[in-house]
Design a protein around this ligand. Structure first.
Ligand SMILES: O=C(O)C(=O)Cc1ccccc1
Length: 304
């Protein structure tokens, strides 16, 4: 049975995602995203499940930074979860006017800001390490309310003050299952490839990388910049593209990027939404294969 470390404690959205990504796995909560990644790097777990991006708040920076640094890990699968929240309080809370503090993961607080302003206008917002960690803190009496995943109510003896809370009704979070480099999932035609590129800090460097992709008719699904933390103003770029590294057009593009700068491969796997890759006319895998075969024939002298 696969040992899966997930961003916990019990009752996080990430636990829900991990259950779907590894239904037969033995799930163990890790206190932070970095601890989940470390469990795999140290061999204590076979895979880690962590959030990577949200449709409202954007990138989960702890995941991005954790993947850019340290021993390499690659995403082998992803899950897209609709995100709506429950607001949990202690069962002895008499009146919502008593709620002075509301805790949650910063991504969760950002997605219920309007609801909190309307319903709990006097509550101070406190960042917790995860939505479930906020529930634990409410249980301990540290805070008055927690914004959590719906499943948290099953794990912690708290009262649901509200459910289905979301400022943006169809918000989603994407989670990935990460393993040490090894065999890649087979291409399906609806795949995502993730990279981190250390573009040089000079005029046009990022544009050159993007031009390599655009010129091969490859569509981007995400572009995030994160500071390298070394020199102020120096960034690394997280690039997600449609397609799988096993495809000739994607392999050709990755080789072109690698010629230009350091590239870390973060995985090729099926997209959770099943959306097939958009491929420009003339940029099909067959076109790349035909061109490669033509060069081979020219070299071999079998073609004029
Ligand atoms: O804290 C959690 O429950 C997580 O899994 C991270 C998260 C937080 C907010 C929205 C989606 C995921």
């Amino acid at each position: 049975m696969s040992r899966i470390a997930y961003f916990g404690p019990r009752g996080t959205f990430t636990e829900q995602a991990a259950r779907r990504l590894a239904p037969d796995g033995a799930l163990t909560p890790a206190e932070t995203i970095l601890a989940a990644l470390a469990a795999v790097r140290e061999g204590a777990a076979d895979a880690a499940c962590v959030p990577v991006e949200n449709s409202v708040e954007g990138p989960v920076t702890a995941t991005l930074d954790g993947l850019a640094e340290g021993p390499p890990l690659v995403a082998v699968a992803e899950e897209l979860l609709p995100v709506h929240f429950s607001v949990l309080v202690r069962s002895d809370l008499a009146d919502t006017a008593e709620i002075r503090t509301v805790a949650s993961h910063p991504h969760a607080l950002a997605q219920v800001r309007q609801w909190l302003a309307a319903r709990l206008p006097n509550a101070r917002h406190v960042a917790a390490s995860s939505t479930a960690a906020a529930a634990v803190a409410v249980q301990r009496g540290e805070y008055d309310a927690a914004v959590t995943a719906p499943v948290a109510a099953e794990h912690y003896p708290l009262r649901e003050l509200a459910t289905e809370v979301a400022d943006v009704p169809d918000a989603r979070t994407r989670f990935v299952l990460l393993r040490p480099p090894g065999e890649l999932p087979a291409p399906t035609g609806a795949d995502r490839t993730s990279l981190v590129a250390a573009a040089a800090n000079r005029t046009g460097a990022l544009a050159e990388l993007l031009t390599e992709l655009a010129g091969r008719g490859i569509n981007l699904t995400r572009l995030d910049a994160r500071p390298t933390k070394g020199n102020f103003g120096e960034y690394r770029f997280f690039i997600d593209i449609e397609g799988h590294v096993a495809e000739p057009r994607i392999g050709d593009a990755l080789a072109a990027l690698r010629r230009r700068c350091d590239v870390r491969f973060l995985g090729s796997h099926p997209r959770a939404d099943g959306v097939p890759a958009t491929i420009q006319p003339g940029a099909e895998n067959e076109a790349f294969e035909r061109a490669t075969n033509w060069v081979a024939a020219v070299r071999a002298g079998t073609l004029a």
